[in-house]
Design a protein around this ligand. Structure first.
Ligand code: BGC
Length: 723
């Protein structure tokens, strides 16, 4: 209990209380349908009369300081403002999109990236960041796959917690830390058909086992706020879900921070068909556990009246207001409302050399090498000429990726620039090749001519920045437009093809897998994209990324993820087997079950050999810890890094268990010919799950241990858990 907050509460009118729960977007840009189109002058008035708690998606040290001044000098209660924003992967120094960063499997680097985003955004007045998104994404059609850490709850939890630590540091009141917002609770990534904002419905078991862990991990890491999701869950729009927002979040997990709705998700309950009107929606939302109404104008409009009519209790409103004021207090805003609006830092920190260098490093770590036939990569910096083809190779803006509203389109280093910078002696012939956003074949001839005159074809294909992220679900998840037709034309020239693939999801690229000589997945790498790609292409950096999502063969496989169940009629063969015995099994008639590239997969210029998998004992009790050892050797000629992955399978359970569950990983650097013994350990808690009666715990029996460099290539052994 804070005296300051209690004394404020005692002085506040109902209208002022509702004002603290009302969070509209500012005047710089909007990311959803606008409810009000206010001019700056109108914002000034709203701040003066205390009907807004702050503004979001605005920035600028001077501008935000001016607004804070109005709040603390001209409003009756002098309550400072929250200034929010979506700083998803960097403010102006753009880091790779979150899914790309997850491919680095480098938790410290991910934390550092969030720390830098916090430093830059707090310099310009932002104190409340709508990140990280920790929604598990198993359906590549869902565009927001790009914003999270992929498909795995264990790994997603580690990444989510790292991002919280990075944004918030150890003290929210410091001028360079920002309040994080875990979003979007809950299970938003499981939208039916992968279609944005669509219905979500699943068993509580799946919810708890797969979708909730990353939110829980983020809250355990100290996340100050939580954002509700747009979707309904079990028939109730989440913004009013007592089950999620109170029973689980507050009671089970002990969360005592602030819950903000997503953009207009309060009034949207009327459209969902679960509220009669916005007044009813406001009542349901605040009683459900949403403290703050983002962009809905429903709380400010209706809460005073609802309280006066005795329909919502003052206690409910005070609880929400306390959560908001406590956040402002933790941010140190009452002591110094200007601490986040620092013109000096704004000048020196944005895109500082140090930040760009960290972004460069992160970008290299995020690249995943999927194919490298005959070791065509790395390329030599002299000699053979290169045709660099594709709009994505030259366009800087696309490198910023989704959620890059604060970034400048001309800032990022394009592949063309990065390659030229790296290999000035090389002949590089660039051609646009295709247009990202239409189907013209106008540029084909030029590209073919350029290819004819070059030795090696480096073709940049994949998604443009707006093809993933929010409101960017795709029904086809392959190469967009006519990129594939162009590739087929180029293939006829019988020259080596190196594909650079931009994407924010598990993109379906079966043709490339078959026909390209090398494939690098470069997602959207941010400010230093071109330099990072050039480092890998020419061997100045040995690729070490691994896929945090499964890459499907085709859209029909979605959702596809490594931790599936076996079913009663599993099929893991291929189509060369006799049909007759295989008909009534779990498979497609026209597609394999296996992914194109599995979770955890990624090559290196080194070759890693796994051997000698050992366990400390063949039987353990719930009190023991099993130790697991494996030798990993770099059998290649160059030093490299490998992500050693540790999976288990519970062979028999009171409910069926996934065929594999990630339980640990280590990223190790090995010199050429170096061998290291890597150790993992696990105990009963790592073997626990929601049993048939929904209690959490382990069951005795046999477990398989699997260790390898991807979820598919693994050494295995077994042990028993006994009483
Ligand atoms: C998104 C949120 C975002 C908010 C504010 C919504 O459309 O779903 O993730 O934080 O807009 O921009």
């Amino acid at each position: 209990m804070s005296e300051r907050i209690e004394s404020l509460l005692a002085q506040m009118t109902l209208e002022e209380k509702a004002g603290q729960l009302n969070f509209p977007v500012g005047d710089l840009f909007v990311t959803g349908p606008a409810m009000i189109t206010a001019e700056s002058a109108e914002f000034d008035d709203r701040i003066r009369n205390g009907t807004i708690t702050g503004l979001f998606n605005i920035h600028g040290a001077k501008y935000t300081a001016r607004l804070q001044r109005i709040a603390v000098e001209e409003s009756r209660l002098k309550i400072p403002l929250l200034i929010g924003a979506d700083v998803i992967h960097g403010f102006q120094t753009m880091f790779p999109i979150p899914l790309a960063e997850a491919a680095s499997w480098d938790i410290e680097a991910i934390e550092e990236s969030a720390r830098i985003a916090a430093r830059e955004s707090t310099a310009v007045g932002i104190n409340f960041n709508f990140a990280p998104m920790v929604d598990i994404a198993r359906d590549a059609r869902w565009g927001r796959s790009a914003e999270g850490a992929g498909e795995d709850p264990f790994y997603g939890s580690l990444v989510g917690a790292a991002r919280i630590r990075g944004f918030q540091g150890d003290d929210l009141s410091k001028p360079y830390t920002v309040a994080a917002c875990v979003k979007h609770i809950a299970a938003y990534g499981a939208a039916e058909g992968g279609r944005e904002y669509n219905t979500v419905d699943m068993s509580e078991r799946r919810l708890r086992e797969v979708y909730l862990p990353p939110y829980k991990a983020a809250i355990d890491a100290g996340a100050a706020t939580v954002m509700t999701s747009f979707n309904e869950f079990d028939g109730v729009p989440v913004t009013a879900s007592k089950f999620l927002l109170q029973d689980i979040l507050r009671e089970e997990w002990g969360f005592n921070g602030m819950v903000v709705s997503d953009w207009a998700s309060v009034p949207e309950m009327v459209i969902h068909g679960s509220a009669n009107d916005t007044c009813d929606a406001a009542k349901q939302a605040i009683e459900g556990g949403t403290d703050m109404d983002m962009m809905g104008e429903a709380f400010i409009e209706h809460i005073p009246q609802l309280v006066q009519d005795g329909k919502v209790s003052m206690e409910t409103v005070d609880h929400a207001v306390r959560n908001v004021l406590r956040l402002k207090e933790k941010l140190g805003l009452f002591d110094d409302p200007f601490r986040y609006s620092d013109e000096k830092r704004e000048k020196t920190e944005l895109r500082s050399r140090k930040h760009l260098s960290a972004a460069h490093d992160m970008a290299r770590k995020s690249i995943v090498l999927l194919k490298n036939q005959n070791q065509i990569l790395p390329l030599a910096k002299e000699g053979k000429s290169i045709a660099l083809i594709g709009q994505l190779a030259e366009n800087s803006a696309e490198m910023n990726g989704c959620w890059a509203y604060f970034a400048k389109p001309y800032h990022p280093i394009s592949f063309l620039t990065g390659i030229k910078e790296k290999a000035p002696a090389l002949t590089i012939n660039y051609a646009e090749g295709y247009h990202l956003y239409n189907e013209t074949t106008r540029y084909f001839d030029e590209a073919i001519e350029v290819a004819q005159n070059s030795d090696i074809l480096v073709v940049a294909v994949g998604e443009g920045a707006v093809m993933n992220g929010e409101a960017a679900s795709r029904a086809e998840i392959g190469l967009p437009g006519n990129q594939l037709s162009l590739l087929k034309e180029l293939k006829r020239l019988r020259k080596p093809i190196i594909a650079l693939v931009s994407c924010g999801r598990g993109i379906a690229i079966p043709w490339l897998a078959e026909n390209a000589d090398a494939i690098l997945v470069n997602w959207a790498l941010g400010s230093e994209a071109g330099r990072a790609v050039a480092d890998v292409l020419f061997g100045d950096y040995n690729p070490s990324g691994k896929l945090p999502v499964t890459f499907p063969r085709s859209v029909g496989q979605a959702p596809i993820y490594y931790g599936s169940r076996t079913t009663g009629r599993p099929y893991d063969g291929d189509y060369s087997e006799p049909k007759s015995e295989r008909i009534y099994t779990s498979k497609y008639r026209d597609e394999k079950n296996s992914p194109l590239f599995p979770f955890g997969f990624g090559l290196s210029y080194s070759t890693f050999r796994y051997s000698n998998l050992q366990i400390s004992q063949e039987q353990i009790t719930a009190e023991d810890r099993l130790r697991v050892f494996v030798d990993v050797e770099n059998a290649g000629e160059v030093a490299g890094e490998e992500v050693v992955q540790f999976y288990i399978r519970d062979m028999v359970g009171s409910v069926t268990r996934p065929v594999k569950e990630l339980k640990g990983f280590k990223k190790v650097k090995l010199q050429s010919r170096e061998k290291q013994t890597i150790e993992f350990s696990l105990g009963a808690n790592d073997l626990s799950f929601y049993r048939r009666d929904m209690t959490w715990g382990y069951e005795e029996g046999e477990f398989e241990v699997m260790i390898g460099g991807s979820s598919e290539s693994v050494l295995t052994t077994k042990f028993n858990l006994i009483s």
